[in-house]
Design a binder for this molecule. Sequence first.
Ligand SMILES: [Zn+2]
Length: 265
Amino acid sequence: MKLTAENYYSIEANQEYLSVSQYKDFCGSLGKLACEAEAMAKIRGEWEIRKTTPLLVGSYVDSYFEGTLPKFKQDNPEVFTQKGDLKSNFRKAEEIIERVEKDDFFMLSLSGEKQVIMTAKMFGAKWKVKMDSYLPGKAIVDLKVMSSLRKQHYTKDFGYMDFTQYWGYDLQGAVYQEVVFQNTGHRLPFYIAAVSKEEEPDIEVIQIDNKHLQEKLYEIEQNTQKIIGLKKGLYSPIRCELCDYCKHTKILTKPIHFSELLGEV
Ligand SMILES: [Zn+2]
């Protein structure tokens, strides 16, 4: 199928194409456990993640820069109080937008073509990407609204790390760069234009270097076969038993021992 702004997130598109968010659902990022069962339920259209307020604040800022804020407000009336004023979280979003607009370099990074869709065949699967700001021949930029840009995130196996690795934005950069390369022959630098929701918003344009992106792409290559098999129904997806989907669908058959509650610590 040919992807458009209207059908990009449709069930049909998600079944035919692999995306970075699907990849992260199947394989996790350092900061999020994978759940194959949840990933498959999302692809079948049986499960959606809740639109939490922090997610909505990010989408509010995204849609402003896309030029689709009026539609966003129409689709998400929960951003307003009963009196019709913006709720405080979204007044914060307005503040973030004002801060970002004062910075010429940040705005330059966001001055590309918005929400550009591309597809490519990689590692035996068809992939789809949608770029926040695409500057042909120059750069690929993704806008992120974060709670903090400097926070150290901890994982048991890898220790402390920054938000880009923790949330797998480097995986996103790797796929975006490769898809653009396959379409245009240009391997463009990947940047994250990041702004924080702190009392005083912090801003940065952050590059994830090509060497790191290539390493991530190799990792993605190793995992793609398994995802293709799962999507074709060749294997049954493993339940993580920890995510909201698994909690929602679990059926008890026997008691567990109290020592099982914490799993492997
Ligand atoms: Zn799960």
